[in-house]
Design a binder for this molecule. Structure first.
Ligand SMILES: N[C@@H](CCC(=O)N[C@@H](CS)C(=O)NCC(=O)O)C(=O)O
Length: 239
């Protein structure tokens, strides 16, 4: 597999930067994921890769406490934004979880289920992909503050988080009333994947989901889609 341009092989694979490279099952592709296990944005990508049955090599990045995503080498050669996740597919390097979901579903989902081609569905999906970034800016920022010591105005992030989760809960309640369980269609799409992790991890941001019943039902539903994989803080459905 090719390394990122200018990246010496194993750069993020030493004690300072991360853990061991790991290759998952599934058909061999030249796919590599710069990944941090506790990141909800990285988890979105792992979820879709798994649902698509795509094998990939995981490049663990020491996000915390090493801040390897902010190293000069990472910024110069992997992602100028200094953020995770980043996908590499052969010579093609792509940051941003939402961009990666669109790319993977467009390229590797032969049935077009995760990113359906019809215009209204694509429009709705785009709305929720944008909303996913609002969730990162609020819920994820509060979680990073509480769990990882990142600087943030906690009360403001939590208030913003509750506001954006309210939008999600209202939409899901309306859909569920019409016997439609998912955000943008009659089956799960990348819209659901993009919004899911930090909604499900809201407790770690100090946000109680008791006031969001439609959201709780949707989280339960997504966890029970065959092929779902867990992450720390989001339980496997068998547990
Ligand atoms: N819009 C980006 C946001 C990514 C993001 O915020 N990633 C976090 C990890 S979950 C990060 O790398 N934060 C480091 C920072 O911004 O300093 C995406 O969806 O991938």
């Amino acid at each position: 597999m090719s390394a990122a341009p200018g990246r010496p092989k194993g750069e993020f694979n030493d004690a300072q930067h991360g853990g061991d490279l790991m290759t998952t099952g599934g058909p061999a592709h030249a796919l590599q994921l710069y990944d941090y296990e506790l990141s909800g944005n990285c988890y979105k990508v792992r979820l879709l890769l798994n649902w698509l049955g795509l094998g990939y090599t995981r490049i663990p990045v020491d996000f915390h406490p090493g801040r390897a995503h902010r190293s000069a080498h990472f910024i110069d050669h992997v992602n100028a934004r200094g953020q995770l996740p980043v996908l590499q597919d052969g010579a093609f390097l792509l940051p941003d979880a939402q961009a990666i979901l669109v790319y993977l579903a467009s390229r590797y989902d032969p049935h077009g289920r995760w990113y359906p081609a019809d215009a209204p569905t694509r429009g709705r999906i785009s709305l929720w992909l944008a909303t996913a970034d609002d969730i990162t800016r609020t819920v994820s920022a509060a979680r990073l503050h509480l769990g990882f010591g990142y600087a943030a105005d906690l009360a403001s992030c939590q208030a913003g988080g509750r506001a954006v989760l309210r939008l999600l809960d209202d939409q899901l309640a309306e859909n569920q009333y019409a016997a439609q369980e998912w955000l943008a269609g009659s089956h799960p799409t990348i819209a659901d994947i993009a919004c899911f992790p930090y909604a499900a991890l809201a407790g770690e941001a100090g946000i109680d989901l008791i006031a969001f019943p439609a959201l709780q039902r949707w989280i339960w539903n997504l966890r029970h889609v065959p092929g779902f994989i867990a992450m720390p803080g989001i339980l496997d459905p068998a547990l």
